[in-house]
Design a protein around this ligand. Structure first.
Ligand code: COS
Length: 390
């Protein structure tokens, strides 16, 4: 049976996240966007009420929430401000490889650290010359005794300037392409250097930094999964986090649509509110359909994970469609506002800038299409549902 109804617990969770977005995020979102202020106060409050790290299993101090529960939270908080939600949700991306590949000790130590206090973790995959092409990375990890020595540089690292530890991908076999990458947990205090904070078009309240490793020594027990199996770990991580990004994109699209609807009812041209004009009605109608469709794909991609199914295809459907929807709806919301939409004093200008990153991070819309095309055209690959890569 297909079920689109949320349980009472899920409705309560969504309401709680929505209230938090209304009371704590919306009132400062446009101000933080302007100043680029790091939302430390909101991180503390979200952590206090349990809206961070909800994905971490109960045995490590988390709520053990389902992927669908996570998407409900992410849509609401992103409706409040997707930049702030990017900061709040980044631990989910950084810890997915730990949950998938970490030893029991590593899980206890690092997942436990995030639930004991409002600490942050970052996911370090991208490099200046290795964005979509993950296997082109140059960062190396060389084994020396019971340690690995890491050298290299990572860019576009969310929360990079504030993280207490990092999940880092590096080449352990330089000549083996994607089969020569391994993943590690690296603590900031071990000599990680934060080089540069990026000045961004949108999501300006989130921190995006360049991170360097110069002979950083990492204990061998911090290797995640097996040596040289890090590429698969990264792909399995992204399968698990793209539904959350799709939920965030849905939140931006929904916010933009709501502003457009309110404005269309107030703004009078040719003697009537512009909502009376079919040109505007059709734009609003398309927004409503696309937001609904984005949410359904998001929920499906999360529900598949909750059922233990491989969701690579649907995860890319959801991420691609929701991201493109966020961009389209935000663009049309600016159009509904007319000239006022182009002015910073009006709310949709920020959403238009914020929406763009949804088509870029955690795999561009083109990479999602590449995954979709491969999954659609080629015979289904070997099933790799939830197992730790071996
Ligand atoms: N789950 C498990 N394994 C997967 C997988 C998945 N979703 N996708 C691919 N793999 C495995 C393949 O089965 C293959 O395994 P073998 O080594 O046994 O052959 C291996 O990984 C390599 O796969 P593939 O040939 O498809 O790799 P490509 O180099 O062609 O890369 C894309 C595939 C482009 C999809 C990948 O590099 C990607 O997602 N890039 C975008 C990265 C990204 O999102 N960056 C954003 C930064 S993170 S915030």
């Amino acid at each position: 049976m297909v079920e689109f109804t949320l349980t009472d617990e899920q409705k309560n969770l969504r309401e709680m996240a929505h209230d938090f977005a209304v009371k704590e995020i919306r009132p400062v979102a446009w101000e933080y966007d302007k100043s680029g202020q790091w939302p430390e106060d909101i991180i503390q409050k979200a952590w206090d009420v349990g809206l961070m790290n909800s994905h971490i299993e109960e045995e490590y101090g988390g709520a053990g929430a389902s992927y669908l529960d996570g998407c409900l939270i992410e849509e609401e908080l992103s409706w409040g401000c997707s930049g702030i939600q990017t900061s709040l949700g980044c631990n989910g991306l950084a810890t997915a490889p730990i949950a998938l590949g970490g030893s029991e000790e590593v899980k206890k130590k690092y997942l436990g650290a995030l639930t004991e206090s409002p600490k942050l973790a970052s996911f370090c995959l991208t490099e200046p010359d290795a964005g979509s092409d993950v296997s082109g990375m140059r960062t190396t990890a060389v084994k020396k005794g019971d340690k690995y020595v890491i050298n290299g540089s990572k860019c576009f690292i969310t929360n990079g300037g504030y993280a207490d530890f990092y999940t880092v991908y590096a080449k352990t076999d330089k000549d083996a392409g994607h089969r020569g990458i391994s993943a590690f947990v690296v603590e900031r205090d071990w000599g990680v250097v934060v080089d540069k904070k990026e000045d961004k078009l949108g999501q300006r309240a989130s921190n995006t930094a360049t991170i360097s490793f110069n002979d950083v020594e990492v204990p061998a027990e911090n290797l995640l999964g097996e040596e040289n199996k890090g590429f698969k770990l990264a792909m399995m991580t992204l399968d698990r986090t793209r539904p959350g990004v799709a939920a965030m994109a849905t939140g931006i699209a929904r916010a933009a649509m709501e502003f457009a609807v309110d404005y269309a009812k107030e703004r009078v041209q040719f003697g009537v509110p512009i909502a009376m004009h079919q040109a505007i009605q059709f734009m609003i109608a398309d927004m409503a359909t696309e937001v609904e469709a984005a949410r359904l794909l998001t929920w499906k991609s999360a529900a598949m994970l909750d059922n233990g199914e491989r969701n690579t295809l649907v995860s890319s459907h959801a991420k691609r469609f929701a991201a493109d929807t966020a961009m389209k709806v935000a663009t049309d919301a600016v159009q509904v506002y007319g000239g006022y939409g182009f002015i910073k004093e009006y709310p949709v200008e920020k959403l238009f800038r914020d929406a763009k990153i949804m088509q870029l991070y955690e795999g561009t819309s083109q990479i999602q299409r590449l995954v979709i095309a491969r999954e659609t055209l080629l015979p289904r690959r070997v099933e790799e549902p939830t197992a730790v890569p071996a």
